[in-house]
Design a protein around this ligand. Structure first.
Ligand SMILES: [Zn+2]
Length: 82
Protein backbone atom coordinates (compact mmCIF):
# COMPACT_ATOMS: atom_id res chain seq x y z
CA UNK A 1 0.00 0.00 0.00
CA UNK A 2 1.34 3.41 -0.94
CA UNK A 3 2.21 5.64 1.92
CA UNK A 4 1.41 9.31 2.23
CA UNK A 5 3.82 11.68 3.86
CA UNK A 6 2.27 13.86 6.52
CA UNK A 7 2.96 17.53 5.85
CA UNK A 8 3.22 18.22 9.59
CA UNK A 9 5.52 15.54 10.99
CA UNK A 10 6.97 14.36 7.67
CA UNK A 11 6.44 10.69 8.50
CA UNK A 12 5.10 8.49 5.68
CA UNK A 13 1.91 6.81 6.83
CA UNK A 14 -0.84 4.67 5.37
CA UNK A 15 -4.19 6.15 4.32
CA UNK A 16 -5.73 4.77 7.50
CA UNK A 17 -3.62 7.20 9.52
CA UNK A 18 -5.22 10.20 7.86
CA UNK A 19 -8.65 11.69 8.30
CA UNK A 20 -10.63 12.10 5.13
CA UNK A 21 -11.24 15.48 3.58
CA UNK A 22 -13.45 15.56 0.54
CA UNK A 23 -12.15 18.98 -0.47
CA UNK A 24 -8.63 17.75 -1.25
CA UNK A 25 -7.66 15.90 -4.42
CA UNK A 26 -6.44 12.84 -2.52
CA UNK A 27 -9.62 12.81 -0.44
CA UNK A 28 -7.49 12.92 2.68
CA UNK A 29 -6.21 15.58 4.97
CA UNK A 30 -2.58 16.61 4.46
CA UNK A 31 -1.71 15.99 8.11
CA UNK A 32 -2.00 12.62 9.85
CA UNK A 33 -4.41 11.80 12.66
CA UNK A 34 -1.71 12.25 15.28
CA UNK A 35 -0.92 15.73 14.06
CA UNK A 36 -4.59 16.64 13.76
CA UNK A 37 -5.05 15.68 17.38
CA UNK A 38 -2.03 17.70 18.36
CA UNK A 39 -3.40 20.75 16.60
CA UNK A 40 -6.69 20.46 18.45
CA UNK A 41 -4.83 20.14 21.71
CA UNK A 42 -2.79 23.27 21.01
CA UNK A 43 -5.97 25.14 20.27
CA UNK A 44 -7.45 24.10 23.60
CA UNK A 45 -4.28 24.90 25.48
CA UNK A 46 -4.61 28.61 25.00
CA UNK A 47 -3.71 29.37 21.43
CA UNK A 48 -7.32 30.42 21.31
CA UNK A 49 -7.67 34.04 22.30
CA UNK A 50 -9.46 34.72 25.54
CA UNK A 51 -12.70 36.61 25.27
CA UNK A 52 -13.82 39.26 27.76
CA UNK A 53 -16.37 36.76 28.98
CA UNK A 54 -13.64 34.21 29.72
CA UNK A 55 -11.74 36.77 31.77
CA UNK A 56 -14.85 37.81 33.69
CA UNK A 57 -15.55 34.19 34.45
CA UNK A 58 -12.04 33.75 35.76
CA UNK A 59 -12.38 36.79 38.02
CA UNK A 60 -15.71 35.53 39.31
CA UNK A 61 -14.23 32.13 40.06
CA UNK A 62 -11.31 33.78 41.81
CA UNK A 63 -13.62 35.89 43.97
CA UNK A 64 -15.63 32.81 44.82
CA UNK A 65 -12.46 31.05 45.88
CA UNK A 66 -11.40 34.01 47.99
CA UNK A 67 -14.78 34.09 49.68
CA UNK A 68 -14.52 30.39 50.37
CA UNK A 69 -11.14 30.92 51.93
CA UNK A 70 -12.54 33.77 54.02
CA UNK A 71 -9.97 36.12 52.56
CA UNK A 72 -12.60 38.74 51.79
CA UNK A 73 -13.92 38.66 55.35
CA UNK A 74 -10.43 38.81 56.72
CA UNK A 75 -9.53 41.83 54.62
CA UNK A 76 -12.75 43.54 55.64
CA UNK A 77 -12.32 42.86 59.38
CA UNK A 78 -8.75 43.97 59.51
CA UNK A 79 -9.53 47.23 57.75
CA UNK A 80 -7.24 46.68 54.79
CA UNK A 81 -10.00 47.75 52.47
CA UNK A 82 -10.28 51.23 53.93
ZN1 LIG B 1 1.80 13.82 11.15
Amino acid sequence: MAKITCTKCGIPKTRKEFYSNKRTRSGLRSECKECSKGMTRDYRNGKKQKTVLDVLKEIRDLLKEMKNANVVNFVHRSGFDK
